[in-house]
Design a protein around this ligand. Sequence first.
Ligand code: ZN
Length: 305
Amino acid sequence: MTSLIEIYRRFPTKESATAHLEKVRWPYGPECPHCGATSTARHAEKGQADRWQCWSCERSFSATVGTIFHNSHVDLQRWFLLISLMLNAKKGLSSCQAARDLEMRQKTVWSMMHRIRAALVDDGKLLAGLVEMDEAYLGGKPRKRNRRDDDTPSPRGRGTSKTPVVGAVERGGRVKTKMVEHDEMTMDDMDAIAREMIDAPRSLVTTDEYAGYNRLNRFLTHRVINHSVAYVEWDMFAGQFGPTHTNTIEGFWAIVKRALVGQFHHVSRKYLPLYLRELSYRYNLRHGSIDLDGVLHLAIKPQSA
Ligand SMILES: [Zn+2]
């Protein structure tokens, strides 16, 4: 666990936070991000304590160049504290709350949180074992309540104006998600997403009866739960592989929906992938320890755009 107070004790000053980022980024000593040279020295000028001078290309640099912390006027200590707040907030953390906790402006914190989310990429390893695949419709504004709405059932699931997201999860393991367009829910699309997410020969995959999943059995072992009949089924494989259900992925969707409504306040399609990254990252950590350095290793990778 990396609690707020622990971060505060470990990094009492911005200099100590900078020294830590240098250690994480350059375990074998500073390396010039412009030319790759290792012949470097501390910048000689006063007030430039976090900067280095490259002897090869003669440019100066700091450990934040090319990271999510680059060109930020906020010192690294506060960045570390914000990362800790985000990792520890099981139900998600609103930028308003974080701004109060860190005594900063909400707009500044909001953009910092988006930079952190953008860094929380998936480890790229395929899911394997007992895997559940499902889709959810997320985001969008809450519907206005009026009399007409009370008469007509509000659109739910497939066919709403919300954003479709396809997800897969290992029972007791990791989750992956992908935001798609409304017209990207065909059998071809589901096949492609399953191949992107799941190690087919090493998995037993359960979905509901949605027709988009009808061809999965061409390349992986596929069980279907018919939700109009039951939510959990015990078939002939249940003794070895557990009953057929999609409760795990539905549990993840419930976490996402609660966070989107409760903390993130109705996320638009533009930002939904960032929130999904954060929520998936935190879900995938829940068995491991919450670790600042894990996020720092992602944060120092060169960012694309
Ligand atoms: Zn250089």
